[in-house]
Structures are given as structure tokens and as C-alpha cells.
Design a protein around this ligand. Structure first.
Ligand code: G4F
Length: 349
């Protein structure tokens, strides 16, 4: 009989790709969703519309332990992927309280209910490179000290520690993925990559004349979400639970991302981007770049999508949705690659 998986956050970017992956592997896939999502499927279940008939959805609230307990008792999963969270860093500055409450309690409820009901269930917790914050070293590894710079980052450190503690205290197969930024055409519009690619499409369609952005000099290690969910699955297939950095080992600035996105649409980004100081964060994470050597050695995982292909896929998808076909000749732009060698500063080549 196939294995049974429960995904929290199944309606999000990662949840949708992970569901596809697990369905393709013969899993019985269950998802915990908010009741409002079931009441507004056209909007809130959009990313999983195409596999809606192959998965089972359960209404529940991560903020309520009895609710999480009930769903776990009903599903009795072999594997649980805890992805659900308030995941927009910027918003966590507007409402620290709800971010901490939802993210920390949500994770605690999931772990505690699993320990009670299905202690042998393997658990994945979606940690984040935001935990590194004001980075202690470059590149970041599983051993790099955390120094979060937002309520979101703090909530993820707490989730990471809870997961490790359930592993150590109760012998649970609980693993932390330390995922660096991962994007796709399914990314939410509030995140910078999708804000840029959808903005490019609106400008090309004549529906906007500029794009307001905040800090263009922040550097991120951007990979493809469909590729990153494979690492989540691989973590739960190991004999021993552990913590893994999942990253590309390349870092690029927001400016570079924007330059490429506009270039692929045949536009010069400098003519359209407007700096808006309101969009700066009270505390910024300036430079993220991960060293995925452990994931490569132990899981056999590596990043398979270049930044150029990722940007092209996102711009093309947003433009296509506006009825605009891009000229493939624009997809030649090369960019300087900054690769992180272990223990060294990030160097340009
Ligand atoms: O796209 P972002 O909002 O993502 P951020 O904050 O790096 O967090 C994402 O990745 C984390 C993994 O490291 C996840 F854990 C988290 O859930 C989320 O998925 O912002 C990226 C960078 C920031 O430095 C931000 O200051 O882009 C900069 N930025 C500049 N202008 C902007 C904007 N970000 C947004 N969202 N909107 C802007 O207009």
C-alpha cells in the first residue's frame, strides 16, 4: 500500500509542487487547509486545482491544538510536511504578534500531536535562511550561528529548535530543511521576484508605467521551488533525521534579478524602477548564500535550475497571462556568477 502524507500549507507554492511530487510517487496525499479556503476554492485553491481530485483536504486551524490533533487522528500519516506559516517577512514587521503566535504555536501543535498520535511519523519542518539574518559567515552552512532579523526569522528559529528538540527528547524522525529563497511562477505576488516579473508583464501590456521597489542591493540565493521540494522528500527518506541547507550556492542582488527580468521582456530596467524608501525593512538581511554540500553528499540533491532559467520562466509565464509572447532571442543575457566556496568570502568571477 502507498504511503500517506499530510502537508500543512498545501495551498501555497511549495505545497502545490510537493503534492504533485508525492502524488506522482504513489502517495495518498492529505492537506490541512483553513476552512475559508474550502469556502473560496476558486481563489484559495488555485495552485492545487489541477490535482484537486487526487488529494484529500481537511479543514483545520494550526492555531488550535484540538483541531490539529483531530486532523492527525483522522489522517494517521506516515510522513508530515509542515510548511504552513505566515511567510512574508515584511508583514512580520507590521504584526509581530500574530507571526510569532501562528508560526511558533502552529509548529508546536503539529509536533506535539504527532508525538501523541503517530510517533513514528516522519516530520519535515520548513526552516528558512532568514534564520541566519545578520550573517555570521559566508556562505551559510548547517553550523552557522543564527541571528534572525525579523519576527518571521525568530519564529523559524523557534520552529527549528522545537523540531530538533522533539527529535532529541522523544526520538522522533524530525528533520529541518534550511531552505534559501525558492521561487516559481506560482510565487505569491508580494515577494520581490514575482512582484518584479508581474510588474514587467503589466508594463509590457501598457497597464503600468513603473515599478516601485525597496532595497535593490539585498542579495539572495534564489532557486526553483519545484526542485527544492524534492529535497524535502529526500530528507524524510533517510534512515536518520537531520538538518540540511538547501541552496544553489550562488547569490545575486535584487537589482540583478530586476535587470534580467526587464531585459527578457526587451526593456531597460533603469527606465522603470522607482526607489521607494517606504519599502525598506526596519532590519534587513543583506546577504544570503548557502553551502548545500551536505544535502548534495547525503541526499544526492543539487540545484538544477539556473537563475536565468528561473527568471525567464517567471517573466514568460506572467507575460503569457497578459497575452504577450516574449522574443526568445532576449534569453541570452549572461550575468556575473558569484559562487560561494566554503569558508570564503563571496567572490565575483
Ligand atoms: O522576496 P522577499 O520578500 O523574500 P525574503 O524576505 O528573502 O523571504 C523569503 O525567503 C525566505 C528564505 O530565505 C523565506 F523563508 C520567506 O518565507 C520568504 O519566502 O524579499 C527579498 C529581498 C529583501 O531583501 C527585500 O528587502 O527583496 C528586497 N526587496 C526590495 N524591494 C523587496 C522589495 N521585497 C519585497 N517583498 N517587495 C519589494 O518591493
Amino acid at each position: 500500500m502507498g504511503r500517506r502524507a499530510l502537508i500543512t500549507g498545501i495551498t501555497g507554492q511549495d505545497g502545490s509542487y510537493l503534492s504533485e511530487l508525492l502524488v506522482s510517487k504513489g502517495y495518498e496525499v492529505h492537506g490541512l487547509v483553513r476552512r475559508v479556503a474550502l469556502e473560496d476554492p476558486g481563489h484559495r485553491l488555485k495552485r492545487i486545482e489541477h490535482i484537486r481530485n487526487s488529494i484529500h483536504l481537511h479543514a483545520g486551524s494550526l492555531e488550535s491544538f484540538p483541531s490539529v490533533h483531530h486532523v492527525l487522528r483522522t489522517v494517521q500519516p506516515d510522513e508530515c510536511y509542515h510548511l504552513a506559516a505566515q511567510s512574508f517577512v515584511s508583514y512580520s514587521f507590521d504584526d509581530e504578534f500574530s507571526t510569532l503566535q501562528t508560526n511558533i504555536n502552529g509548529t508546536h501543535h503539529v509536533l506535539a500531536a504527532i508525538k501523541d498520535i503517530v510517533p513514528k511519523c516522519r516530520v519535515y519542518f520548513a526552516g528558512s535562511s532568514e534564520m541566519f539574518g545578520k550573517v555570521a559567515e559566508v556562505p551559510q552552512t548547517e553550523n552557522t550561528r543564527f541571528h534572525p532579523r525579523s519576527a518571521y526569522g525568530i519564529s523559524k528559529v523557534a520552529g527549528f529548535d522545537l523540531t530538533r528538540n522533539y527529535r532529541e527528547a522523544y526520538g522522533m524522525h524530525a528533520s529541518n530543511g534550511i531552505l534559501f529563497n525558492h521561487e516559481s511562477p506560482r510565487r505569491g505576488f508580494e515577494f520581490v521576484t514575482r512582484k518584479i516579473t508581474s510588474g514587467v508583464a503589466r508594463i509590457r501590456a501598457g497597464q503600468a508605467s513603473d515599478l516601485k521597489l525597496g532595497n535593490l542591493d539585498a542579495h539572495r540565493d534564489w532557486g526553483h521551488a519545484a526542485n527544492y521540494v524534492e529535497a524535502m522528500w529526500l530528507m524524510l527518506q533517510q534512515d536518520q533525521p537531520d538538518d540540511y541547507v538547501v541552496a544553489t550556492a550562488e547569490t545575486h542582488s535584487v537589482r540583478e534579478f530586476a535587470k534580467l527580468a526587464f531585459q527578457y521582456a526587451g526593456l531597460d530596467y533603469e527606465k522603470y524602477i522607482v526607489a521607494d524608501s517606504q519599502l525598506y525593512r526596519p532590519a534587513e538581511v543583506d546577504l544570503l548564500v548557502g553551502n548545500p554540500a551536505k544535502a548534495h553528499e547525503r541526499l544526492g540533491w543539487s540545484s538544477s535550475v539556473s537563475l536565468q532559467s528561473l527568471v525567464w520562466e517567471m517573466v514568460e509565464s506572467d507575460c503569457r497571462a497578459m497575452g504577450i509572447e516574449l522574443n526568445k532571442d532576449n534569453f541570452t543575457a549572461s550575468i556575473p556568477v558569484r559562487r560561494a566556496a566554503h569558508g570564503s568570502a563571496v567572490d565575483s568571477s
